[in-house]
Ligand binder design. Structure first.
Ligand SMILES: Cc1cc2nc3c(=O)[nH]c(=O)nc-3n(C[C@H](O)[C@H](O)[C@H](O)COP(=O)(O)OP(=O)(O)OC[C@H]3O[C@@H](n4cnc5c(N)ncnc54)[C@H](O)[C@@H]3O)c2cc1C
Length: 436
């Protein structure tokens, strides 16, 4: 490394955070090995083979405000390969579909009374301004929004609209998270999707790391991590042990805690965040649905609480002429739904989608695939800004770069790339462990 040499750096996890960290470190001249436990890179942004295509397991898009990610795409020569399209939003309430984009749509949104519609519109325009100067990190989202919008708007619209990722816990999450999210999405209706899908970005990152002399290993699950003198000892399958001068772990903290030996576990930050997982079904349809990219589904007899339609964003070419629709439900990894059999979820959710869209028939559904992820969204407690663990685990050669570190930013590829850069810069400035 040009600034100061941290020696051999091992990055654990080959999701976007691990890939971007390794990419940054290699660019700065470090010796890097990336260890990915599965047989594919990309983590939550990874893909699966569908006929002769590669399709993301979980829906992903780029926002125009994703500066860190767009900058990385620039470095990889991929920025111009992002296609930007205006996208629209719908809402399904009690089985009825509404467009939800313009002031006129709001005025016609009959699930809310006229006064609530006006109040919703007026407060939404002012919301970001109303949050300035307030300690939103210590304010419950529900308290803040119920006060501003009233009970009915909170229950019918806001909790389903923004709360899906946190489920019933959304009301308790700091209002700062929502405030940041509104800043990221704002009134933006333009979204981007990379040509070649997210696989093109993942492949380019791997190529860049390897071209810079970094080593990328798949099927290399870390089984144990411990500090041995000034180095870190990483046990892999069999008897293989990798020694590192510094380690960057991108694993969710509960997973890392399970891998750490007793000594290291005692030094890890004592932040016990619950995480939401996700259950996600992909419908490959022979005909399009409504043309809305995102549609929250409220009180409509479905287990999924939202639909993402890729056709308005990516067209049908990436999916062999099919219209790809993701149905999702964020849920605890110990919930009955999460533990349910994929085939059973696919069958039930297909019936529910058909009931919601009577114009569709079984023949229109070419194929359904189900994917789940156990650790997606950390559920932040109030005051998390001061509880958020530092990236450096004091007194050890270990650094942490996880979704629990990006708060108050929204968990996304963009915030992970920003975090990766922060971690790489930290390593360059302090190549030796900071005393505990
Ligand atoms: C349904 C859904 C929709 C989303 N939509 C968007 C979107 O539209 N735009 C956006 O920017 N972001 C989106 N995100 C968020 C984004 O995917 C995540 O914030 C981001 O991928 C997190 O990256 P990460 O590298 O921190 O973690 P992960 O992607 O979870 O990567 C962790 C990696 O570590 C590996 N690993 C685990 N255990 C071990 C071990 N013992 N040894 C070695 N490796 C191990 C895993 O296999 C994985 O590859 C979405 C996420 C989901 C689930």
């Amino acid at each position: 490394m040009r600034a100061a040499d941290p020696g051999h750096v091992v990055v654990v996890g080959g999701g976007i955070c691990g890939l971007a960290t390794a990419h940054e470190l290699v660019r700065a001249g470090a010796r890097v090995t990336l260890l990915e436990g599965s047989d594919q890179l990309g983590g939550l942004g990874t893909f699966f083979a569908w006929r002769d295509r590669w399709v993301e397991r979980f829906y992903h898009c780029v926002m125009p405000t994703d500066d860190h990610l767009l900058d990385l795409l620039d470095q990889l020569g991929l920025r111009e390969r992002v296609t930007w399209r205006p996208t629209r939003m719908g809402m399904v309430v009690d089985g009825r579909a509404f467009p939800f984009n313009t002031a006129l749509d709001l005025l016609r949104f009959t699930p809310l009374g006229v006064l609530d519609r006006l109040r919703f519109g007026a407060v939404s325009v002012l919301l970001r301004r109303l949050g300035r100067g307030r300690d939103l990190d210590r304010t419950r989202t529900e308290d803040w929004l119920r006060g501003l919008y009233g009970d009915r708007v909170w229950e019918l619209l806001l909790a389903p609209l923004f709360g899906a990722k946190f489920g019933a816990r959304f009301g308790d999450v700091p209002a700062l998270y929502l405030w940041q999210r509104l800043g990221r999405e704002g009134a933006v209706s333009v979204r981007g999707y990379p040509d070649g899908g997210y696989r093109a970005v993942i492949d380019a990152l791997r190529a860049s790391i390897e071209a810079g002399g970094g080593v990328v290993r798949l099927d290399a699950p870390v089984r144990r991590v411990g500090v041995a003198g000034e180095r870190v000892r990483i046990a892999l399958d069999g008897d293989e042990v990798v020694l590192a001068d510094r380690v960057v772990s991108t694993l969710p903290l509960p997973q890392l805690r399970q891998l750490a030996d007793d000594d290291l576990a005692a030094r890890l930050p004592d932040v016990r965040l619950p995480y939401q997982g996700v259950v996600n079904a992909l419908f490959f349809l022979r005909r399009p649905l409504s043309g809305h990219y995102w549609t929250p589904v409220v009180r409509s007899g479905t287990e999924f609480d939202g639909l993402i339609q890729m056709t308005p964003l990516a067209g049908v070419e990436p999916y062999g002429g099919r219209h790809l629709v993701y149905a999702m439900r964020y849920t605890d990894r110990e919930s009955a739904l999460f533990e349910d059999d994929d085939a059973a979820v696919a069958a039930r959710w297909t019936s529910q989608l058909l009931a919601l869209h009577p114009e569709l028939s079984h023949e229109d559904v070419d194929e359904v695939r189900v994917f789940k992820a156990p650790f997606v969204e950390p559920v932040y407690p109030l005051g998390y800004r001061s509880l958020r663990p530092p990236v450096v685990v004091a007194g050890t050669p270990l650094l942490l770069a996880t979704t629990a570190h990006v708060y108050p930013d929204v968990t996304s590829w963009n915030s992970s790339v920003g975090l990766a850069r922060r971690v790489a810069a930290t390593l360059a400035q302090a190549p030796q462990p900071v005393p505990g």
